[in-house]
Design a protein around this ligand. Structure first.
Ligand code: KIV
Ligand code: ZN
Length: 520
């Protein structure tokens, strides 16, 4: 076994608190059904501990923790409780049916929190640490104790509380940077100090819980494990109070990608990260910022010509992770004003075009002009631009006539006449509505195996006499082509758009043979 292979590395326990700290962030509340879906996905993804909620907070939270406890198969399910018997009993009740359960009890230990928030003397807080952990142990052997505002707590007092919590039975000691105030060197030193000074530190797992108020939650969490902590508390998409918590996907991928300086491992199935991110974003209605590390829309997208050229030569030039390792299908080379010839040529190839040198140069110039005016250049824009370049002469099939019977009486029928390389062919078909009948009639003249991926109608102008612009996207053998056409008659526009897409498909396969088509 090599030095860097997984099993020789220290395992980091991934404690996900998306459903507790994450859900506490303003506006992020989730329904019971959504929480269950998230919990099941986290479980499948390999999260070790799922903090499912704060059962005393509401009946809804209690119910969610109970139901998650029943359903989760692999992970430990955890419920949060303040340092009071009522809170702890409520958490214990909610977790009753879990196959593995943890009670997480906490109290503030910083001078500021003790004086103003709790209005308790330190000695009273100290007593509550012992009483709460002792009480939680009546429900389960797996008890976590947290020193809220731990990073702003006096060291001597923190050491006393941690030692007492372990003595009372806490098996995990969590040191939150509750207000995201720490910097990595400081947080490293804090965990190291506790491990060195607390006499029974070896009897518990130390844990990080870092908030992102100064944008250092992930850096602080990684500093914590380098100092000896072996659990990281984190959330999907970094959801959480105020600026959020350390993002699960970031800590996991940092550990996976930088094994040279972070000799640890997690059991997270990283190809599920993107799915988890999307699910949590939808459930919480919190969009993921475009440039978010790992799961942002731009995390594996490149627009500049220099980067695209590098990527086409070797992906490692500008990507340190493989998109598929985080559940992203592939790198995307976004076409825009910064794109160069190399990427434009590849894009044309993907869309099924091969242009001669002069036509390519013309198309590239038109693309650059368009990209200067338009923020996003979509495949459809490039299609339209190149179709113009090739002109109607490039199309071997044209719509000559269309008659459609539509309405409530049914069946809907379409009769179409196509010009296939100079030969007129007429066919009739029925279908599930007039558009389907029209497309079936075309297909009966030009048979193909393509799947319809998009059918979109938009009005180019206003009013009932508006021009309808129709886009039709077909996919065959992994290649997608888009046909577009405009007409005041939506069905005629639909037929033309479909035929235009079919022309491009046949362009991909080699020019359509009129006699072959006509023979059908
Ligand atoms: O940030 C914090 O201190 C917490 C504790 C309850 C663990 O979320
Ligand atoms: Zn927190």
């Amino acid at each position: 076994m090599t030095e860097t292979s997984q099993p020789t590395k220290d395992k980091i326990v991934i404690f996900d608190t998306t459903l507790r700290d994450g859900e506490q962030s303003p506006g992020a509340s989730m329904s019971l059904e959504e929480k269950l879906q998230v919990a099941e996905l986290l479980d499948e993804m390999g999260v070790d501990v799922i903090e499912a909620g704060f059962p005393i907070a509401s009946n809804g939270d209690f119910e969610a923790v109970s139901e998650i406890a029943r359903r989760v198969k692999n992970a430990v399910v955890c419920g949060l409780a303040r340092a009071s018997a009522n809170d702890i009993d409520r958490a214990g009740e909610a977790l009753k049916h879990a196959h593995a359960k943890r009670i997480h009890t906490f109290i503030s230990t910083s001078p500021l929190h003790m004086k103003y928030k709790l209005q308790l003397e330190p000695e009273k807080v100290f007593e509550k640490v012992i009483a709460s952990v002792t009480h939680a142990r009546k429900w389960t052997d797996d008890v976590e104790w947290s020193a809220e505002d731990g990073s702003r707590t006096e060291h001597d007092f923190l050491c006393r509380c941690v030692e007492a919590a372990i003595k009372a039975g806490a098996t995990t000691i969590n040191i939150p940077d509750t207000v995201g105030y720490s910097v990595p060197e400081e947080y490293f030193a804090l965990i190291q100090m506790l491990l060195n000074r607390v006499p029974n530190a070896d009897q518990a797992v130390f844990s990080t819980h870092c908030h992102d108020d100064l944008g250092m939650a992930v850096a602080n969490s990684l500093a914590g494990i380098r100092a000896g902590a072996r659990q990281i508390e984190c959330t999907i998409n970094g959801l959480g109070e105020r600026a959020g918590n350390a993002a699960l996907e970031e800590v996991v991928m940092a550990i996976r990608t930088r094994g040279d300086v972070l000799p640890f491992r997690t059991d997270i199935k990283t190809p599920m990260l993107m799915r988890a991110s999307k699910m949590v974003s939808n459930a919480s209605a919190f969009p993921v910022q475009y440039n978010k590390a790992i799961v942002g829309q731009n995390a594996f997208a490149h627009e500049s010509g220099i980067h695209q050229d590098g990527m086409l030569k070797n992906a490692q030039t500008y990507e340190i992770m493989r998109p598929e390792d985080v559940g992203v299908k592939s790198t995307s080379l976004v076409m825009g004003k910064h794109s160069g010839r190399h990427a434009f040529k590849e894009k044309l190839k993907d869309l099924g075009y091969e242009l001669g040198e002069n036509a390519f140069e013309d198309a590239f110039k038109r693309f650059k002009d368009l990209a200067d005016k338009k923020k996003h250049v979509f495949d459809e824009d490039i299609d339209a631009l190149v179709s113009d370049e090739m002109g109607a002469a490039g199309e071997s099939v044209k719509v000559i006539a269309l008659t459609v019977i539509a309405g409530t009486a049914g069946p809907q029928m379409a009769t179409i006449t196509l010009d296939v390389n100079g030969t007129h062919i007429t066919k009739m078909s029925n279908g599930d509505g007039p558009v389907d009948a029209t497309f079936n009639a075309i297909k009966s003249i030009i048979p193909h195996e393509a799947t319809l991926r998009l059918y979109q109608v938009s009005a180019v102008t206003e009013g009932t006499d508006a021009q309808a612009e129709v886009s039709v996207r077909l996919e065959e053998g992994g290649k997608q082509v888009t046909g577009r056409a405009a007409d005041t008659d939506t069905l005629v526009a639909s037929a033309k758009a479909y035929v235009s897409a079919v022309n491009k498909l046949s362009g991909n396969r080699g020019r359509l043979n009129a006699r072959e088509a006509a023979a059908v």
